[in-house]
Design a binder for this molecule. Structure first.
Ligand code: PXL
Length: 291
């Protein structure tokens, strides 16, 4: 027999929205602009918490207009509390300031959590994103202690660990980096490094239950895809929320990210406008309606 408290907890898990916290960039289909459609396609009720509003993404359109929502955050959370809205878990992405990271750390530790996915978005191709303070990686390093899964790209893994990522030509060479990331996490949590190029494939790597590095990749498509990491993180979250075991969730997220990147690379819309999602959303719809 389940107790009334257990029943109450279970119904909370089912009805509580899953929080997505990251920036809302008006132009460029990335960050919140991809996580909301993707997680909604999985049928997930969401608590959408924009942490900043930007007129564009930060890399390709000069200096965007920006409003940080660090005043809004505590007020939204207070209101949720008054209305007894509990969040069931969270996906966080680009947070943009140390203050927001610290505010979210508090929120996450205060709520019951069945899944916390942290994408420590802070850089790519060896550099921190413009607009981020130089001590941002330090704050992110503390923040990831609350995570169940983190999905840094190689640049972010380097900023988190202080290790160089220049010498990665074989699966075994990823092990020290993964081990160093695992040490920054709580015991049962997992680090999944994205954007690793090995044997003409790009994909991600993690440590399996036997302590071995696993790599899953797809063919490399030329050029840079703004928002590809955001798509991967949202997909991984969606599959984990659908109770796929981590290795299967990673494989599905990798192959489905490839669907979106292929569509984007075939599109005439310039890359700086982000990721095309039509085929991916169709694919998720057939996944969620399977029996
Ligand atoms: O995709 C990562 C990302 C998220 N949010 C903003 C960005 C970027 C990368 O450029 O500029 C605002």
């Amino acid at each position: 027999m389940i107790s009334p408290k257990e029943r109450d907890d279970m119904s909370h898990q089912q009805t509580s929205p899953f929080m997505v916290a990251q920036d809302l960039s008006a132009v460029s289909t990335l960050s919140m602009g991809v996580s909301v459609p993707i997680l909604s396609a999985f049928g997930q009720p969401l608590a959408i918490l924009p942490t900043s509003l930007l007129s564009t993404q930060t890399e390709e359109f000069g200096t965007p207009a920006k409003i940080e929502l660090s005043d809004f955050l505590p007020r939204a959370l207070q209101h949720w509390q008054e209305q007894q809205i509990q969040i069931s878990g969270a996906l966080t992405g680009y947070l943009g300031s140390n203050r927001i990271i610290d505010q979210l750390a508090e929120v996450i530790t205060r709520h019951p959590r069945n899944l916390i996915v942290v994408d420590p978005v802070m850089g790519d191709q060896g550099s921190l994103y413009p607009q981020l303070p130089s001590d941002y990686p330090e704050h992110m390093r503390k923040f990831i202690r609350a995570a169940d899964v983190i999905v840094p790209n190689l640049t972010e893994a380097q900023f988190l660990t202080g290790l160089s990522t220049n010498q990665i030509n074989t699966v075994d060479q990823i092990l020290p980096l993964l081990n160093a990331l695992q040490k920054l996490l709580k015991p049962q949590a997992h680090a999944v490094i994205t954007g690793i190029v090995l044997s003409n494939k790009v994909g991600c790597a993690w440590i399996n239950d036997n302590g071995q590095v696993q790599f899953v990749g797809r063919p490399i498509l030329s050029g840079h895809f703004y928002g590809s990491g955001d798509v991967f993180a949202s997909l991984l979250t969606g599959y984990l929320l659908n109770e796929e075991p981590l290795p299967q969730a990673i494989r599905l997220a990798t192959s489905r990210t490839f669907i979106a990147l292929q569509e984007t690379s075939q599109s005439d819309i310039p890359r700086k406008f982000g990721i095309r999602l039509t085929k991916l959303i169709n694919d998720i719809a057939s996944y969620t309606s399977r029996d």
